[in-house]
Design a protein around this ligand. Sequence first.
Ligand code: GLU
Length: 509
Amino acid sequence: MSIRVRFAPSPTGPLHMGGVRTALYNYLFARKHGGKFLLRIEDTDQKRFVPGAELYIMEALQWCGIEWDEGPDKSGPHEPYRQSERKEIYRDFARQLIDSGKAYYAFDTPEELEEMRSRLEKERKGNPQYDSQSRLTMNNSLTLSEIEVREKLAAKTPYVIRIKTPADEEVVVNDIIRGRVSVNSNLLDDKVLFKSDGLPTYHLANVVDDFLMKITHVIRGEEWLPSAPLHVLLYRYLGWEKEMPQFAHLPLLLKPDGKGKLSKRDGDKMGFPVFPLEWKDPSSGEISTGYRESGYLPEAFVNLLALLGWNPGTEQEMFSMEELIAAFSLERVGKSGARFDPEKAKWFNHQHLQNKPIQEVTVELLKVLSEKGVNIDIHMVEKIVPLLRERVNFVHELQEEAAFAFKAPSDYDQKFAKKKWKAETPGLMKALAEKLQKADAFNLTGLEAVLNTFMEENEIGAGKIMPGLRLSLVGAGSGPDVKEIMVLLGKDEVIRRINQAIDSLPVTD
Ligand code: GLU
């Protein structure tokens, strides 16, 4: 059997990071088994349609490197892959269900439905729903005569088509992650499958398309588990039980404190993105930040998502996409919610930043610098990257860390200067500058030798010159190794900065 899986988002807004994880797991599963990964846009709910959302979803997946084999922008054996372009298909299946007595027309008005709800609320003390028990009290093709039904349809009376759930029967969903999940059908309601606007609801369209597109595994979020028994019934009623895909419902992503589902509000409150890319709400104009815009590398984002719910069974935490494909299995996806840790997310970015080829980070840093209007030559940036990246989590943080490389200090850390720029410091610095002027090899070993000889000759320890030297070069008391900084700046600039410090720093006793 060749594996076929799909990611089936509804374009109702930006993709939450949980949605990206669902897409990722589908993708990994497909690639691991040499199968196909489909992107299907489920846009039958016109009321919830948000312009720009479909494009956003595609761009987000592309940024992550999650490539689909068939989709709205790619041809394939089961196109089109956008449900709004498949309307005609669903109508036939809705009719098939009616003809076989597995579904029925319901003509209830909003008032009648409301009346039913309040009546059942009293009678049942909760759970007031349109179901196997209540449907015979309602206005539908089960209670009306055939002629009445025909008349209503001819008169274009608004209707919906509802599934006729069986009474008191166990409906079983076998889930790869959760095992056997069984529900009594009395708890299920007669969900609407088709509306008089000519469009199916999610449930019918989803099942029909999974069947027609020969989907073998439905891998999706836990929030769809309650719908799975209904889907199982639909497969049975449509005569497709043998072709029914296997289900795998993924655990929720939880808030950092583990209490409840991770939401956009948590991100806003705690300062981390919940969307892969920045999103501008087309109606309110509100902008939500994305992982991309916050400086995350796509490979880090993918890595952290992969481990939110799945574990490799080893201590390994760092994974490339290729390694994820090799290691992934649905059997290692947990049942319980996966807690999102924003600090750990940064850690992943830090690690991937260290592993990335210098040239690639250089290109990224040049982009950041040019956006900020900093003009700097590529060779300097190429040297900065290996020197400083260990100190940062994000490429954009390199700009601040490397500020000293772009320009001489315009002010100095006064507290540090007060402690370390003593009466004898300017003299020592001057003498050192002269020695440096004569140095032939302005590299790490050459500088090491000059500094050591200077200290020996003057019978002083490193504490007498290194803090002053650092202060002269970067204006502060911390930063990377002083000799590395010197190599980076080059002889002339180092001497210029030492002289500038001598001229501008007041001494303390
Ligand atoms: N359209 C559904 C969603 O928006 C798809 C759920 C499924 O994968 O079955 O998530």
